[in-house]
Design a protein around this ligand. Structure first.
Ligand SMILES: Nc1ncnc2c1ncn2[C@@H]1O[C@H](COP(=O)(O)OP(=O)(O)O)[C@@H](O)[C@H]1O
Ligand SMILES: [Mg+2]
Length: 140
């Protein structure tokens, strides 16, 4: 699966992404600094009805965004493991609890240290910048 999109095309891309990944819960998200990872997660949050997808002002490893769907509370977690050393530190930070919570969807940046914790149906996403500044998102 592949999407190519400009900043203006983000909302439509996010809609299409969710149509494709309705049942998936855990995604890794890789790509260089400035690729647009944070921007993309915010667009995905907005498409599900998250009202305020601003990250917490202080640096945090796990940001949670809540939305309601069919009368049920759900959360999208954005995990940035860049500053963590190993799996033990990740577990201490609450990563495992987040991954296996009900009604939770997770996007994980810098997932290598927790590769043993990830379920086999984890969707692996790669984001990169094209010469014309559009972004390409590849899955699989
Ligand atoms: N689809 C896109 N098309 C063009 N520019 C984008 C797109 N997505 C993000 N950007 C721009 O790229 C810059 C970096 O985005 P950011 O989400 O902070 O990257 P990352 O989290 O991967 O480091 C921002 O200035 C943002 O406006
Ligand atoms: Mg970022």
């Amino acid at each position: 699966m592949e999407w190519i999109f400009s900043q203006e095309e983000l909302p439509a891309t996010a809609e299409s992404f969710w149509q494709h990944y309705k049942e998936q819960r855990i995604f890794t998200l890789e790509g260089p600094m400035g690729a647009g990872k944070t921007t993309f997660v915010k667009a995905l949050c907005a498409a599900r009805g998250v009202e305020d997808a601003t990250a917490s002002p202080t640096f945090s490893i796990i940001n949670e965004y809540a939305f309601t769907e069919d009368g049920q509370q759900h959360s999208i977690y954005h995990l940035d493991l860049y500053r963590l050393k190993d799996e033990e530190e990740a577990i201490a930070a609450g990563v495992e609890d987040t991954l296996y919570r009900d009604h939770a969807i997770s996007f994980i940046e810098w997932p290598d240290i927790i590769s043993d914790l990830l379920p086999t149906d984890t969707v692996r996403l790669q984001l990169s910048v094209l010469p014309d500044k559009k972004r390409v998102l590849r899955a699989g």
